[in-house]
Design a protein around this ligand. Structure first.
Ligand SMILES: [Zn+2]
Length: 620
C-alpha cells in the first residue's frame, strides 16, 4: 500500500531511532531460523496426527518472538477456498440475517478445535465493528464456538495460559508496560491516535478476544477437507492499527447511506468477516453478495453475473446478488468487497478485462479527471510486465471510493483509491503490487519491505520512463541513457539520506513504523536499483520472472527471496555469493546509528553512488 503521509510522518522517522535498542533480542530470531522452526513444528504435528493424537490447532501463524500482529493467523489447517455470502443493507450499514461465509480448509493435523480471526467489537465505538455470531457449522453439523484472547506465540504453557501477562498487547518485545511484563506481546495494540506521544500507550493492555475458537462435534482427521460456515449479523467496521491509522470496512455516507468501502492492510479483513487472517493464508474466493437494488458490489477476480430479487422483508425495494469469482488465491489483506453506488465499466484490452469503478456521487469533472488516469492501467501493466514478467491474473481494475481512508491499497485485481481521487504515481506503485505482494505474497509481516520495496521501485521506474520520454527519439541511445540516469539519480538522492533514514532494519520494523518508515519503502526500493546493477539488467528481470513462476499463488520467505536473486549473479563464485549475502544483511537486516556515511550500507552497485559491489575476490 502507499505509505502513510499524515501529520506524524516526520515525527515517526525521528522516533524510529529509539526503537533500535529493543530490536536486539529479536535479531537473534532470523527469518531463516523462524522458517525452519515452523517447518519442524508442522512435521511434528503431522507425526502426532498419524499417531492418533488429536489436538487444538495453533491460534497464531506468527513465529515466536513476533511483535508485528502476533495475534493473527491460525494453524492446524490450510485455507483452500472461501464463499462469501454477504447480505448487506447499505442504508443502515448492517449485515442482515442470512449473512454468512463458508470456508473450505484442509486439516494438517487431527484437530479437536481450530480458530479463525474475527473482531466483533473494538475500542473504536464510532467506526469500529459491532457484530454478533449467530451460529457455526462444521461439515453441515452444528459446532460449538467461543471467543478467546490470543497468547504470545511459543508460550510453553500453551495457548490457554492462565497467566494474564501471556495475553497482553505491545509495540515492543518484551511487553513492558505498567506491570513490567517480561513476556513477548500476544497482540499489537489498537491505537486510537497517530500522535507519537501515544505510541506506547497500549503496551501492557489486555488483548481483545478476537480468536473465534470452533469445536466440531467430532475431531477432524489430519489430511481431511472440511467446511466451516459462520453466520453473523451487525455492523462491519474498521480496525485501529499499531500506528493509530484505521483499515477495514469504511462507512461510505456520501450520499448518506451509500454503503461500505473496503481497504484492509494489514489485518482489517477480520472486521467484516471471519477468516484465517495472515498474509500466507491464501484461499480462492467466490462472492455472492446480496445488496439493495441499485447498489454495486466490487470484489476480486471476474464479475460472473448479477441476479435480481423482488422486494422482501429485508429489502423492501428489492435486492440484487452480485457474483464475483477469483480463481487465483487471495491473501488475507487483499480481499476486496466494497458495496455502494459506483459507476462500473469494463474495458477489454489485449483480451483482458480492466474494471473501472468510481463513486457515482463524484462530480462529472472529477470523474473525467480520474478516468484519464484509470485509462493508463493497461499501459502501466504492459510496462511493469517488462520487468516482472507476464501479468499474473486474468483481470485488473481500480475502484475510487469516497471515504478518506488513510491509504491507497493494492487489493487483488481491484486497486482501491480513497478520498475520491487517483494519481498516476500511486497507480504505478499499487499495480506493481499485483506481482509483488498479491501473486507472490510476503510470508509474514516482517517481509512487508520486500513487496513495498518493489512497488517503490515501480515509482522510480515511472520517473525513469518520464525522463526517457523527454530525451531523443524512440529506441535511441540517448533515451536508454536518460532512463538509466534517472534510476542512478534516484539511488543517489536516497543513499545520501542522513538522520533516521537508516535506523530501522527493514526486516525488523515495529507496527508503529510499518507503513510510514523509510525502512519499508525507500531503503528497500533503492536496494533493488543496486541489485539490478549488480546482477545486470537482463538478469535482474529474469530473477523476478523466476520468482513469479516459483512462488506465484503462494508466499515467499526472506531466504527464498535472497536465493532467488543469488541464482542470477553473473559470477556465481563463493566470493560473489558471500558478498551478495553481505549486501542483503546490510540493506535488509541492519539497523544503523543515526546519520549516514559509514552508518549505512557499504555495498551498493556498479555505476551507483557509494563504494560499489565488486571487489574482495568477487569479480564480474
Ligand atoms: Zn505499497
Amino acid at each position: 500500500m502507499a505509505r502513510y503521509r499524515g501529520p506524524r510522518y516526520g515525527a515517526a522517522l525521528a522516533a524510529a531511532a529509539s526503537l533500535t535498542l529493543a530490536v536486539g533480542i529479536l535479531a537473534a530470531v532470523s527469518p531463516a531460523i523462524a522458517a525452519t522452526s515452523t517447518a519442524a513444528a508442522t512435521s511434528t504435528a503431522a507425526a502426532t496426527s498419524t499417531a492418533g493424537n488429536c489436538a487444538a490447532g495453533a491460534h497464531t501463524l506468527a513465529p515466536p518472538g513476533s511483535r508485528l500482529y502476533p495475534e493473527t493467523g491460525n494453524g492446524g489447517y490450510a485455507s483452500l477456498h472461501t464463499d462469501v455470502h454477504l447480505v448487506y443493507d447499505a442504508t443502515t450499514n448492517r449485515f442482515l440475517p442470512g449473512n454468512h461465509v463458508t470456508l473450505t480448509d484442509r486439516a494438517t493435523q487431527c484437530l479437536t478445535s481450530f480458530s479463525l480471526d474475527f473482531e466483533r467489537r473494538s475500542v473504536n465505538t464510532t467506526a469500529g465493528p459491532d457484530m454478533t455470531v449467530a451460529w457455526v457449522q462444521v461439515n453441515g453439523r452444528p459446532a460449538s464456538f467461543t471467543f478467546a484472547q490470543p497468547t504470545y506465540p511459543g508460550d510453553p504453557h500453551g495457548q490457554n495460559d492462565p497467566d494474564p501477562l501471556a495475553h497482553q498487547a505491545s509495540e515492543v518485545n518484551p511487553v513492558g508496560g505498567p506491570h513490567h511484563n517480561p513476556l513477548p506481546p500476544a497482540c499489537t495494540p489498537e491505537l486510537t491516535s497517530t500522535k507519537p506521544a501515544t505510541k506506547e500507550s497500549g503496551n501492557g493492555t489486555p488483548c481483545p478476544a478476537n480468536k473465534l475458537v470452533i469445536t466440531p462435534a467430532t475431531p477432524l482427521r489430519g489430511g481431511s477437507t472440511f467446511r466451516v460456515t459462520v453466520a453473523y449479523t451487525g455492523r462491519p467496521g474498521v480496525h485501529n492499527d499499531g500506528d493509530g491509522t484505521t483499515e477495514g470496512w469504511f462507512r461510505s455516507n456520501q450520499p448518506e447511506g451509500d454503503g461500505g468501502f473496503v481497504t484492509t492492510e494489514p489485518v482489517g479483513t477480520e472486521d467484516w468477516m471471519p477468516l484465517n487472517d495472515y498474509p500466507s493464508a491464501k484461499p480462492t474466493y467466490d462472492f455472492y453478495d446480496t445488496v439493495n437494488a441499485g447498489k454495486t458490489v466490487l470484489a476480486n477476480g471476474i464479475l460472473e453475473g448479477t441476479r435480481r430479487h423482488p422486494a422482501d422483508a429485508r429489502f423492501p425495494r428489492g435486492s440484487v446478488t452480485w457474483h464475483w469469482h477469483s480463481a487465483a488465491p487471495v491473501a488475507s489483506y487483499l480481499v476486496e468487497d466494497s458495496v455502494g453506488s459506483f459507476d462500473l465499466t469494463e474495458r477489454t484490452v489485449s483480451g483482458m478485462p480492466f474494471y473501472q469503478a468510481q463513486a457515482s456521487s463524484l462530480s462529472a469533472a472529477q470523474k473525467a479527471k480520474n478516468l484519464a488516469i484509470m485509462d493508463k492501467q493497461p499501459d502501466i501493466t504492459r510496462f511493469e510486465s517488462m520487468f516482472s514478467g507476464p501479468f499474473p491474473f486474468t483481470s485488473d481494475g481500480v475502484a475510487v471510493g469516497r471515504p478518506s481512508a488513510s491509504f491507497e491499497e493494492e487489493m487483488q485485481t481491484m486497486i482501491t483509491f480513497a478520498g475520491g481521487t487517483i494519481d498516476t504515481d500511486t497507480l504505478y506503485h499499487e499495480n506493481m503490487h499485483q506481482w509483488w505482494g498479491d501473486h507472490v505474497t510476503e510470508a509474514g509481516y516482517t517481509m512487508t519491505f520486500y513487496k513495498e520495496g518493489l512497488a517503490t521501485l515501480a515509482e522510480f521506474l515511472f520517473a525513469a520512463r518520464k525522463a526517457q520520454g523527454k530525451a531523443g527519439g524512440p529506441g535511441t541511445a540517448a533515451r536508454r541513457r536518460a532512463f538509466q540516469n534517472s534510476l542512478v539519480a534516484s539511488f543517489a538522492s536516497f543513499y545520501a539520506s542522513k538522520d533516521g533514514f537508516w535506523t530501522v532494519a527493514p526486516s525488523n520494523p515495529t507496527a508503529w513504523g510499518l507503513f510510514s518508515g523509510s525502512s519499508t519503502y525507500d531503503r528497500p526500493g533503492i536496494a533493488y536499483i543496486a541489485l539490478r546493477q549488480i546482477l545486470g539488467h537482463a538478469n535482474f528481470t529474469r530473477a523476478l520472472e523466476q520468482l513469479q513462476r516459483e512462488y506465484g499463488g503462494g508466499s515467499i520467505t526472506e531466504p527464498q527471496l535472497e536465493a532467488g536473486f543469488a541464482r542470477w549473479l553473473p559470477t556465481r563464485s563463493a566470493a560473489c555469493r558471500q558478498r551478495l549475502g553481505q549486501f542483503f544483511t546490510e540493506w535488509s537486516d541492519t539497523a544503523y546509528p543515526r546519520g549516514g556515511g559509514a552508518a549505512r550500507p557499504q555495498l551498493t552497485g556498479p555505476g551507483l553512488a557509494g563504494p560499489g559491489f565488486y571487489g574482495g575476490g568477487c569479480t564480474r
